[in-house]
Design a protein around this ligand. Structure first.
Ligand SMILES: *Cc1c(COP(=O)(O)O)cnc(C)c1O
Length: 370
């Protein structure tokens, strides 16, 4: 097991973020997203914690394989798993998985719904139907759904949902999110008027929940905010704690003169300074494009220098930092303060989601309860 570099995940922070989400959506049932390795934090331990300690009854996966992995690792877990994107319904072997286990696919295209309604073995499978209200990625338009209404009347819809494209923007009346909500309500009303029973609904991801939008529906589906960072970054109103700390250490360090080439390629130091080599590279999720990112390490300002390699990266400091940062010292790339990861993401024109999901399998996840 690797000790130099690890992702420390504080489950207590996830628990308190969960409670804060419940305060924002007091009447909704929370369906946390554990897709993409629980946003990099380790899918199985996070799923177990959410079910055991937070009382969660439903978990959101992105792919059927993720749901199967949870059921294999946790055969006794009492939670329904929902597969939101890659359902693999059209593989006749794989779709058998939906028959016996508590795994339900989200139906997002006419051919999926047709298949499920036609196949007698799926007669008891609850129907989760996704509407396209303007994101134009997955989901039914009303025109696509209407032909199914006679058959939907017999079965009812267990969970009618949609997904917002711009909920991480500050909401304003008449904006995209409001228009998507209007469209959702229009289709919901049309279904109800046609006599289709709708037993549950959901619309909100983190950006919407942070702004208390759509929280009157049956379910909310938080991902990012549960793990810490805000989805709405300007201004920030969500005050969750970043659940993880990405920790590495000083592998070696040395003074460099202006013009010294360091690492692959022809990157030379712009001035005299102090170079710190850390054992974390693109093989760990420290992507090459992070080069140039400003970091504050133990109170000292530096930046990621030159070409990040597979196993190591370089942080460049002013010469006097050599008295403060020494070989074997721990270095936090990010910590429990959300602003750090959000700042790294902003500097790199990306989002905290990607930084977290990008942490590779070579980094051990270490769990702390408090
Ligand atoms: C990923 C996902 C979410 C969670 O989104 P966040 O922005 O991380 O909160 C919610 N719903 C669906 C359908 C998703 O795919």
């Amino acid at each position: 097991m690797r000790h130099s570099t690890y992702l420390e995940v504080n489950l207590g922070h996830i628990g308190s973020n969960f409670e804060k989400i419940q305060e924002l959506a007091p009447r909704a049932e929370i369906v946390p997203m554990v897709k993409s390795n629980a946003y990099g934090n380790g899918m199985v331990p996070i799923a177990q914690f959410l079910v055991r300690d937070c009382g969660v009854k439903k978990l959101g996966c992105g792919t059927l394989a993720e749901a199967l992995h949870i059921t294999e690792e946790c055969p006794d877990m009492k939670a329904d798993l929902i597969v939101y994107s890659d359902t693999e319904l059209h593989d006749s072997d794989l779709r058998q998985a939906y028959l016996n286990l508590n795994i339900t696919p989200v139906l997002a295209q006419p051919r999926d719904l047709e298949l499920v309604l036609k196949d007698p073995t799926f007669k008891r499978m609850p129907l989760i139907v996704k509407l396209n209200t303007g994101m134009n990625r997955l989901g039914f338009t009303w025109e696509e759904l209407e032909p199914f209404v006679p058959r939907l009347k017999e079965r009812g819809i267990e969970h009618l949902m949609t997904h917002f494209a711009r909920s991480s923007d500050v909401l304003k009346p008449g904006d995209k999110t409001h228009r998507q909500m209007d469209e959702f309500n229009k289709v919901r009303t049309a279904l109800l008027e046609a006599g289709v029973e709708i037993r549950g609904t959901s619309v909100s991801n983190s950006g919407a929940i942070e702004q208390k939008f759509g929280v009157e529906e049956t379910f909310v589906r938080p991902g990012l905010m549960l793990y810490g960072p805000p989805s709405v970054t300007d201004p920030i109103s969500w005050n969750g704690a970043q659940c993880s700390r990405l920790v590495t250490k000083v592998l070696s360090s040395f003074h460099v003169k202006k013009g010294t080439p360091v690492g692959y390629g022809v990157n030379v130091t712009p001035k005299d300074g102090y170079m710190v080599v850390v054992p974390i590279g693109y093989g760990d999720g420290m992507f090459t494009y992070f080069s140039g990112t400003k970091l504050n390490v133990n109170g000292c300002d530096g930046y990621i220098f030159g070409r990040i390699s597979m196993d190591v990266a370089y942080i460049f400091f002013d010469p006097e930092v050599s008295s403060k940062i020494k070989v074997d010292d721990r270095i936090e790339i990010w910590n429990h303060d959300n602003r750090v990861i959000t700042d790294i993401a902003t500097q790199n024109k990306t989002i905290a989601y990607q930084l977290m999901c990008g942490i590779s399998s070579r980094i051990p996840r270490i769990y702390k309860v408090k």
